[in-house]
Design a protein around this ligand. Structure first.
Ligand SMILES: [Zn+2]
Length: 116
């Protein structure tokens, strides 16, 4: 069964005290988000590689480096936004109080934001 093959979501079920139906929906959202997450990771890795190649051995800010710095920030912001959108959609599956707790749990990691 698909849901049993997503062990990384077990904590979510416990933390949010989701019903079977709510958990099924949250798992669906998780699976649907994966390709976006992979794509964002690729973009971030590419932005890092570009920055590294441009700064390696350089002693001044070139226009190209300036573009790469801006692009790096843009890619991180995009990833942050998509991750939060996904988090909010997932939190919508739970009771509001539970969702708030879980989002603040997440906030101690790499994503910051609030649903409350
Ligand atoms: Zn970065």
């Amino acid at each position: 069964m698909l849901l049993d093959s997503i062990p990384e979501l077990a904590w979510l079920r416990v933390d949010l005290k989701l019903s079977d139906a709510q958990f099924a929906k949250a798992s669906e959202l998780h699976v649907a988000y994966r390709p976006t997450c992979v794509e964002m990771c690729r973009s971030i890795a590419a932005a890092h590689a570009k920055l590294e190649s441009l700064t390696h051995g350089s002693r001044a800010i070139s226009p190209e480096l300036e573009d790469a710095i801006r692009d790096h920030a843009r890619v991180h912001a995009e990833c942050h936004k998509k991750m939060l959108e996904h988090l909010y959609q997932t939190a919508d599956q739970a009771e509001k109080r539970r969702a708030c707790q879980t989002v603040s749990h997440f906030n101690s990691g790499r994503v910051s934001g609030a649903v409350c």
